[in-house]
Design a protein around this ligand. Structure first.
Ligand SMILES: Nc1ncnc2c1ncn2[C@@H]1O[C@H](COP(=O)(O)OP(=O)(O)OP(=O)(O)O)[C@@H](O)[C@H]1O
Ligand SMILES: [Mg+2]
Length: 218
């Protein structure tokens, strides 16, 4: 359970988003404290990805604000990017960098100390060591998801924002992901997790925010 005294990392207040005449998000509030994971669940189309995009500044909410340790949260802001690791469903890699080159670049660009060692550890953890010399286009879809997750874990981070990180992972991969996220919390990091996997949410999340009209789909 979250420690009541843990400082707030992420504070979200009154996020609303309308597309045309459809109100997708109507005044969503949530908080994530250090060492805490908050799940966001709900049916397809209920606004989970839209909420994450509004929070990280990839989409503009019609109303509301998000703060990371008291600073307005905008992915374009370098001091925010340093503390925020985001894995959304839009995977994008440099086409002519190998797996290891990609991770090395991400680690160094975020001034990760001991980049080489951390890249090696994470490559091993996510099971991409054997394909570390391959280009992204030659990876399987699950391996590409693993590369996206690895990109978040090779860099410094206070808060992880993850949109269906379990997608396309095999059973062993989902198990590893659960363990990794529990370890992230133990290291004091915060997690905002959108997921359709009830077991993963149960294992990792301290609290759950439910979006959409029905409560029976996660
Ligand atoms: N740019 C946009 N223009 C118009 N409608 C949009 C736009 N982005 C999202 N929507 C709509 O907002 C709703 C919520 O979409 P969103 O992707 O946030 O759902 P979700 O909860 O992440 O669903 P899933 O579980 O399928 O990932 C959908 O009805 C979608 O069509
Ligand atoms: Mg989504």
């Amino acid at each position: 359970m979250p420690k009541k005294t843990a400082p707030a990392l992420l504070t979200v207040r009154g996020i609303s988003r309308t597309f045309g005449d459809r109100t997708i998000l109507d005044g969503v509030d949530l908080d994530v404290a250090e060492g805490e994971a908050v799940g966001v669940v709900g049916p397809n189309g209920s606004g989970k990805s839209t909420l994450l995009r509004c929070i990280v500044g990839a989409d503009e909410a019609d109303a509301g604000e998000a703060e990371l340790t008291g600073r307005a949260l905008d992915e374009r802001e370098p001091s925010i990017r340093r503390d925020l690791a985001v894995v959304m469903d839009d995977l994008d890699f440099f086409p002519d960098l190998s797996v290891v080159e990609h991770l090395d670049l991400v680690a160094r660009a975020h001034a990760q100390p001991d980049a080489e060692e951390i890249v090696n550890v994470v490559l091993d953890e996510v099971g991409l060591m054997e394909v570390s010399g391959q280009l992204p286009s030659t990876l399987s879809s699950g391996q590409r998801r693993r590369l996206a997750l690895a990109s978040a874990f090779v860099r410094p981070r206070l808060l992880l924002v993850l949109d269906e990180p379990e997608a396309r992972l095999d059973v062993g991969g989902v198990h590893w992901l659960g363990e990794k996220l529990v370890a992230e919390k133990a290291a004091g990091r915060g997690i905002l997790l959108v997921s359709h996997d009830p077991d993963l949410v149960e294992r990792v999340c301290d609290r759950v925010v439910r979006l959409g009209p029905t409560a029976d789909d996660t």
